[in-house]
Write a protein that binds this ligand. Structure first.
Ligand code: CAA
Ligand code: NAD
Length: 278
């Protein structure tokens, strides 16, 4: 399978890596060479770790050799499946899918890794709504088992079948859900992270104590503030905005502290500072 990935950020790099580990030929595109270089470095580091632990069936070099990095969207023309993993912004994603819809061969499938944005709206922009689907990987992609598969209004049975089988070939467990804001994963997860941020703002406890309480008290692998920093506070804010706009209820209103931190450029781990310093 020719597998395309748009965006070489933390998710795009992870998806490209796991696709290549599964034997697919992969093309990754980003808007600047520096972002491609950073994505490649992320993949190299992850492969080295997995190799040291004996978790790869191929050498890191062989896996990396199946990934081509490019700045040109035209290179996706022959892809069977293109997964988009760019910024969580509906207008930017829709514009990309308008372009991809005209480039990728007509029987190719387009998928979005969006955390929350309506799949049906992106499918319409692509001009091929039957061959469009949500393929939502979890972070960090090389370690997390789930792929949430979200059908848009017009997604065909054949598209859902191919994408489900592809997720399985990538060693993941696909689980289906319908096209509602935030799907299942982020409709449930994100209000908890937002509430933890509100606890910081209200002075309920220090960030370390909030994380410690949720880790030790609920057996979560990461505290909610550590997880928000890990996901990216810009992404968390975008998801909360989609939930608030799409579902209406005040319980989804983004915490003012979250909004302020994003305005201040504190995006979490990827910018070096969020609730913690990295
Ligand atoms: N590739 C390879 N190895 C990696 C890695 C990667 N991408 N990321 C971490 N590792 C390694 C670590 O370096 C560590 O290696 P060592 O044992 O050699 O130190 C090993 O994996 C295990 O990590 P840790 O011991 O530090 O921590 P852990 O056992 O808790 O596992 C974790 C790490 C799986 C990330 C775990 O902390 C976890 O499950 N965290 C929660 C993640 C989560 O909730 N993800 C979902 C986010 S929401 C989302 O994705 C959807 C959305 O739309 C926002
Ligand atoms: P990121 O900020 O790490 O990376 C985004 C990448 O996309 C950057 O390298 C950027 O240069 C690139 N990009 C932006 N606009 C582009 C365009 N028009 N064309 C090509 N590349 C472009 O973000 P991320 O955390 O990897 O998130 C990407 C997507 O995955 C978002 O939709 C997000 O909601 C979703 N997602 C994120 C997580 C997470 O935990 N971070 C988990 C699941 C899904």
């Amino acid at each position: 399978m020719n597998f395309g990935v748009v965006g070489a950020g933390q998710m795009g790099a992870g998806i490209a890596q796991v696709a290549a580990q599964s034997g697919f030929d992969v093309i990754v595109q980003d808007v600047q060479q520096a972002f491609l270089d950073r994505g490649k470095a992320t993949i190299e580091k992850s492969l080295a770790k997995l190799h040291d632990k004996g978790k790869l069936t191929d050498t890191p070099d062989a896996i990396l050799g199946r990934i081509r990095f490019t700045a040109e969207l035209q290179d996706f023309a022959d892809c069977d499946l293109v997964v988009e993993a760019i910024v969580e912004n509906e207008a930017v994603k829709a514009e990309l899918f308008r372009t991809l819809g005209a480039i990728v061969k007509t029987d190719g499938i387009l998928a979005s890794n969006t955390s929350s944005i309506p799949i049906t709206a992106l499918a319409s922009a692509s001009g091929r709504p039957d061959r469009f689907i949500g393929m939502h990987f979890m972070n960090p992609v090389p370690l997390m088992a789930l792929v949430e598969v979200i059908r848009g209004y017009s997604t065909s049975d054949e598209t859902a079948r191919i994408v489900t089988e592809t997720a399985e070939r990538m060693g993941k467990t696909p689980l289906a859900c319908n096209d509602f804001p935030g799907f299942v994963s982020n409709r449930i997860l994100m209000p908890m992270l937002n509430e933890a941020i509100q606890c910081v703002m209200d002075g309920v406890a220090e960030p370390e104590a909030i994380d410690g309480i949720m880790k030790l008290g609920m057996n979560h692998p990461m505290g909610p503030l550590t997880l928000a920093d890990f996901i990216g506070l810009d992404t968390c804010l975008s998801i909360m905005e989609v939930l608030h706009r799409g579902l209406g209820d005040d319980k989804y209103r983004p915490s003012p502290l979250l909004r302020k931190m994003v305005q201040a450029g504190l995006l979490g781990r990827k910018s070096g500072r969020g609730f913690y310093t990295y």
